[in-house]
Write a protein that binds this ligand. Structure first.
Ligand code: ZN
Length: 288
């Protein structure tokens, strides 16, 4: 395994073996930028031509279930209760980590294959939106705080560095309004009316007269903001989005045309993509 690599250190202890090696990575000249939108429901990434949306709701439901189980413990002994609780949380974290790994591997893999840089939003202050004293219920706050935004960002950063994919960390001012303007025209988007279940997670553009998926739109806007960062070093983007053929090998997804645009949207459940081998699994195949 280490043949041909530059071995830096090798540490053997009673129960572990750790080896560090370095590897030359040629920097990939990005032809495009994929914006990544992270929220508690999904991870959406892509550009105006193609967007891939991964369902991450499982990471939240795992934590919610664990919280219910731990909350139902009736034992009087606090120490034992804590011990059992920590066991459950450890398992929950392990499971969500696996989902995050699968999702971030996919993002970096797709970016690598399409010579794309990845534009990330600065989410440092996101927890402040859902903290105590904001007048939100504990269950709501728990759910909104359950998605590991930071962890996903860290994984994308180190995996990209390892593969030579460029990460563009957008600043707060660079991402201002990214979730509220239409990527195609720059017009401010409108929320659906209360009780409009058909257009949940959609926004209306009065100028283009279309409903857009708010997460898909945010990812495309972030890709445009990332592109603006180093526009001079990139080939000129085409005037209109060009439809491309999706070739995500076996990605269990439903491909669809974005509303009113030619953006191709692929959807998949991130919890079904374990490792990377699972990407080849048929849509209704057995899951572990
Ligand atoms: Zn518009």
């Amino acid at each position: 395994m280490i043949r041909g690599r530059n071995l830096r250190s090798l540490t053997v202890t009673q129960d572990s073996l750790s080896l560090c090696y370095s590897q030359e990575i040629g920097e990939i000249r990005a032809k495009t930028v994929y914006g990544v939108d992270r929220n508690e429901k999904n991870l959406t990434f892509g550009n105006a031509e193609r967007v891939i949306q991964l369902d991450m709701s499982k990471t939240v439901s795992i934590r919610q279930t664990t919280r219910e189980i731990v909350g139902s413990f009736k034992r009087n002994d606090v120490r034992i209760r804590r011990k059992i609780a920590s066991k459950y949380w450890k398992r929950a974290n392990h499971r969500t980590d696996q989902i995050l790994h699968a999702a971030t591997n996919l993002v970096v893999g797709v970016a690598l294959r399409s010579d794309a840089a990845i534009a990330l939003e600065d989410l440092k202050d996101i927890r402040k939106m859902y903290q105590k004293g904001n007048g939100q219920g504990t269950g709501y706050r728990f759910r909104l705080n359950s998605w590991p935004y930071g962890k996903a960002g860290k994984m994308l950063e180190y995996k990209s560095a390892w593969k030579g994919v460029t990460i563009i960390s957008l600043t707060k001012s660079e991402t201002r309004g990214s979730s509220s303007v239409h990527h195609a025209c720059g017009e401010r988007l409108h929320r659906p009316q209360r009780g409009d279940a058909v257009h949940a997670r959609m926004l209306w553009c009065q100028k283009c007269k279309v409903w857009v998926d708010r997460d898909v739109n945010a990812a495309v806007v972030l890709s445009q903001r990332g592109l603006a960062r180093f526009a001079s070093s990139l080939p000129r983007p085409q005037d209109g989005p060009q439809p491309t053929v999706a070739r995500e090998e076996g990605l269990a997804s439903e491909a669809m045309k974005g509303n009113g645009t030619t953006t191709l949207i692929l959807r998949a459940d991130a919890s079904k993509l374990t490792g990377g081998a699972a990407v080849d699994r048929p849509p209704n195949g057995p899951t572990s």
